[in-house]
Design a protein around this ligand. Structure first.
Ligand SMILES: [Ca+2]
Length: 502
């Protein structure tokens, strides 16, 4: 069968028009990820001490989220939750629990966006290995790869993927921005929409900032949070005080001003890199069609209640900044602030939605894109926070429900002279968690409702747990109705200390 020539031309024109229009209809995506940054350690989150002009500008031009949690507050598991949209007990990856299985990574946003035609790149600390495979096995998941194994290094020259920028940028944070600028040129040449993920090492320990950034902070005193210090943690559960956040990381208690100076200087270095990345986007003509997401893999106690480190389900350790800038939206939305409860586990669902690529069925995360034009909206009414790692006595499951502004925490551990215990904080009246209301009869109805949500999550763990990575006992361990005698035999041997710090 032959088409009339005119009709064939029209069909051809239609195909050409569609194919030419397709790249413009897909936004580019830049996902910027710091390491161990608590929500309050950004200027626009109300911190008077830290210098973050580029992040503050990103928030002025985009949307800032004030209740952003990481459902697991530690690097490895949180990073996999971000990539896959799954809670830790469903992806099965954390220190001492096991490496990531390839089939899980195949459903990540990184893999699926690439399969859907995106030009993809990754640089920095990816934070996990593939089960039974060498680190290098991760590189083929991306078109451009500068990922580093383990914790990576602050010294640019020690990271193979970015070493060529060491002369200009000896500290890694700005070197990642230089790598991103080269990535944008390659992406342009590819003719495809792109998805770039940069995972900075900063502000993770060891606190060794770029000297240029430290100069701003050196020798200064810094504002302590209202719940600062060991004395303001005595009302918390005995279990929390067995965490390494209480037994280690004493620099935040012993020398707050010096430690804050180093931490803030590392964040200012990331901020500078954010500025460089935005400049490079503008230079390549991508600024109007590139969505930028900035967040971190977990919070940081930074001296709150006398804790250092992360891991804990309290606000400072479990909350990170989240800023999303979509330049395609009307300017009326710029500078909006959303107090919706959001989570690291939402990043994959959001990136899938922005890219117009179907997300895997049954992921745990929610698409946050609707909140960009409706910041008063909600994507969920409560969120579980897990700690399946570290000393068993400090492992916990919490339900945070900002719709009611409550954080409910159950500490199941009943050995070593401890008794299982509950905590309940009214986050609206008590944002620094200084008063445990679990025993207050005026809050009994709220407590009962939060316990019902908690019990439902425990039941879900039982149904959906990732098998073979040591998570199976948690459906029993976290069960409030099971006696300690039945739980004690299920507890895994305390994990051995690994050489590299998490
Ligand atoms: Ca981290």
């Amino acid at each position: 069968m032959k088409f009339p020539r005119a009709l064939a031309s029209l069909v051809l024109l239609g195909v050409l028009t569609r194919s030419a229009a397709a790249p413009a209809s897909k936004p580019n995506l830049v996902f910027l990820f710091s390491d161990d940054q608590t929500a309050r350690a950004v200027g626009c989150y109300g911190n008077p001490d830290v210098h973050t002009p580029h992040l503050d500008r990103l928030a002025r031009e985009g949307v800032r989220f004030t209740n952003h949690y990481n459902t697991t507050s530690i690097c490895m598991a949180s990073r996999v939750s971000v990539l896959t949209g799954l809670f830790e007990y469903r992806h099965g990856c954390n220190f001492e629990h096991g490496d990531l299985e390839r089939r899980v990574l195949n459903d990540s946003y990184a893999a699926r966006l690439r399969a859907a035609g995106y030009f993809t790149g990754f640089a920095g600390k990816i934070g996990f290995d593939l089960k039974g495979e060498k680190f290098e096995a991760l590189a083929p998941f991306f078109d451009r790869w500068a990922g580093g194994p383990g914790q990576t290094f602050y010294e640019t020259e020690k990271n193979a993927g970015i070493a060529r920028y060491a002369a200009r940028h000896p500290h890694s944070s700005r070197a990642y921005a230089a790598w991103a600028a080269d990535f944008f040129r390659d992406a342009k040449a590819s003719g495809k929409p792109f998805s770039l993920s940069i995972s900075f090492k900063a502000p993770h320990l060891p606190f060794t900032p770029d000297p240029a950034d430290l100069a701003r902070y050196e020798g200064r005193p810094f504002t302590r949070p209202p719940n600062y210090g060991v004395e303001r943690g005595r009302h918390l559960s005995a279990q929390a005080r067995t965490s390494r956040a209480a037994t280690g990381y004493r620099e935040w208690v012993n020398d707050y001003d010096r430690t804050a100076a180093l931490y803030y200087a590392l964040i200012t270095g990331v901020d500078a890199a954010v500025g460089m990345i935005r400049e490079a986007l503008a230079r390549e003509g991508f600024a109007d069609n590139t969505v930028i997401i900035f967040t971190s893999d977990n919070g940081y106690s930074a001296g709150a209640h006398g804790f250092g480190d992360k891991v804990l389900p309290y606000e400072e350790a479990s909350k990170s900044p989240l800023i999303i800038h979509d330049p395609r939206l009307p300017r009326a939305h710029a500078g909006a602030v959303s107090d919706a409860i959001t989570a690291g586990v939402d990043m994959a669902a959001t990136l899938f939605a922005l890219a117009g690529v179907p997300a895997p069925a049954d992921i745990d995360g929610c698409n946050l894109a609707p909140l960009l034009t409706n910041p008063a909206g909600r994507v969920r009414d409560h969120l579980p926070l897990f700690n399946f790692w570290g000393v068993p006595s400090a492992q916990s499951l919490a339900i945070v429900a900002p719709g009611w502004k409550y954080n409910y925490i159950h500490w199941y551990f009943g050995g070593d002279g401890l008794a299982p215990t509950d905590e309940l904080f009214d986050l609206a009246a008590d944002p620094f968690e200084m008063k445990n209301l679990a025993g207050d009869p005026r809050h009994a109805a709220r407590l009962a409702e939060l316990r019902r949500l908690y019990d439902a999550e425990v039941a879900r763990i039982g149904r959906l747990v990732f098998r073979g990575h040591g998570y199976e006992p948690y459906a029993t361990l976290f069960d409030r109705t099971v006696s300690w005698d039945r739980k004690a035999p299920l507890i895994a041997r305390p994990p051995s200390t690994k050489k590299n710090k998490k």
